[in-house]
Design a protein around this ligand. Structure first.
Ligand code: ATP
Ligand code: MG
Length: 139
């Protein structure tokens, strides 16, 4: 059975471009409840660890530099079938292929700087939530 939580980050590009409020509105309007949230910045080591599954990919260095380049908003979100529902809301990795009405269509600038992260499985949603939040930071 699909889980009820997913994990997201509003990435440094969207924070720099002033889109935090609009993105949180889209998330709330889509019916997601916020279970945990923080404004924080990952070190390069932390970003490297977070995206470790991609370490053999050619864009890994660029991804780590970008994700540690400024503050992010990290959050645990809850909704039925959360992982899939949130991936639908954010749209394709490449904004050129993102559907109308998605967060990436509205706010991503490139395949690398694509405004938001969304977990790709229930298992990774739990791992990624645990990466950023302690038990006491969840409500
Ligand atoms: P995320 O995991 O951030 O939600 P995603 O699941 O849509 O994104 P992944 O394949 O997991 O996409 O890639 C992780 C991130 O790596 C992408 O969001 C993007 O920032 C970056 N990335 C992916 N492919 C490329 C590429 N070809 N060139 C540059 N950066 C890329
Ligand atoms: Mg991914």
């Amino acid at each position: 059975m699909a889980g009820r939580v997913t994990f997201t980050m509003i990435k440094p590009d969207a924070v720099r471009n002033g889109h935090i409020g609009n993105i949180l509105k889209m998330i709330g309007d889509a019916g997601f409840k916020i279970r945990a949230m923080k404004y924080t910045r990952m070190t390069a080591d932390q970003a490297g660890q977070f995206y470790e599954v991609h370490k053999e990919r050619p864009f890994y260095g660029e991804l780590v530099d970008f994700m540690s380049s400024g503050p992010i908003v990290a959050a645990i979100l809850e909704k039925d079938n959360a992982v899939e529902a949130f991936r639908t809301l954010i749209g394709a990795t490449n904004p050129a292929q993102a559907a109308e009405g998605t967060i990436r269509k509205a706010y991503a600038t490139s395949i690398g700087e694509n405004a938001v992260h969304g977990s790709d499985s229930d298992e990774n949603a739990l791992i990624e939530g645990d990466f950023h939040f302690s038990r006491l930071e969840r409500f």
